[in-house]
Design a protein around this ligand. Sequence first.
Ligand SMILES: *Cc1c(COP(=O)(O)O)cnc(C)c1O
Length: 414
Amino acid sequence: MRLPESRAEASALDALDPLARMRDAFLLPDGLVYLDGNSLGPLCRTARDRVARVVSEEWGRDLVRSWTLHGWIDLPSRVAAALAPLLGARADEIAVGDSTSVDLFKLLSAALRLRPDRPAILTEEGSFPTDLYVAEGLASLLGGRAEVRTVPRQGLREALAADVAVLLLTHVDFRTGEMHDARALGEAAHAAGALVLWDLSHSAGAVEVDLGAWEADLAVGCGYKYLNGGPGAPAFAWVARRHHAALRSPLQGWLGHADPFAFDPAYAPALGVARLQCGTPPILSLAALEEGVRLVASAGIGPLREKSVALTDLFAGLVERDLAVHGVTIASPRDPERRGSQVSLRHPEGYAVVQALVERGVVGDFRPPDLLRYGFAPAYVRFVDVWDAVAALGDVLASRAWDRPDLKRRAKVT
Ligand SMILES: *Cc1c(COP(=O)(O)O)cnc(C)c1O
């Protein structure tokens, strides 16, 4: 890509963008450059209207009849159906509900049962902490019948020993945006007799995911990032159909029963992934998530990914050209094939720099030790936003605007 020389040239790229109109579907504050959709996706108009309707007309007026009248009881499976094309999955392989952390617990436990003679969960050192914590918690619950083996990224293949039940990996690294070769790693896991479980939190809605073609076994992912489901949106759990018959959830709740309203004292699992549902689904959150997912799915992942690559290439190119003098380096892969929809930068005062930029209306986030993390959600980020972000960053670095005690004081959420 030839790098633009001016803001007008960056704007011209938006004029050629087939997805440009999609931004109007979101309620983004004027003048804000929002590069944190990988942490919390913005509100879309249809989600705002839908939630208002569900609150006032469905909950407010029709009350408990809404479970039937407005199809609340089938809402998790409707969201699953909307999500399926974004994951290369079948609708009946996806259960929507709970958080990513809870879904991980369910699927890791299921994986250990599917490989009962193998005690090890293999994962990498840089995994998202919740993945490590949940795996450790499960192993300690199982009292020594399971163990977590954490190795550096480069050592994963050699660590696929005969006692590994499941290889648990985050597809797109939350710090650097580096993307695993899912197909190759899945093949390696299978060759060693292990299952593979993908955490797709930074992938769903941002990069091409083809669970079927990858021959993956299990997956989980987040609803509030690139799927724009809203704060604390339900997550998803995916299980390949070939594992459904033997699938067991460790959280046997009444709504995962084959016939919940029979109120049978004996547990009998529902067919397929429906047994992963535990308790009553959060209808307000699911309504918002359904709208967010529908919107992203309507664009199709092909065009979204194409634009995402162009946005991240532009950002990385401008940073290299214009900001190298300020000591900023790029922590993400330069090869788009190996990169998700984010670009992370390194600066020793990363936290304060991110805060100084937020003050100027460019929102990203900070991840320790020194990463400035910028996500480029192709559904609403413009090429001119990339230009403005790099210009603001250059300004903050040149003027040392970050060098203020109040900007260095860490908030609870970074
Ligand atoms: C955001 C994220 C999660 C979120 O987990 P929750 O339980 O839904 O809060 C999990 N895994 C990864 C890799 C993430 O990036």
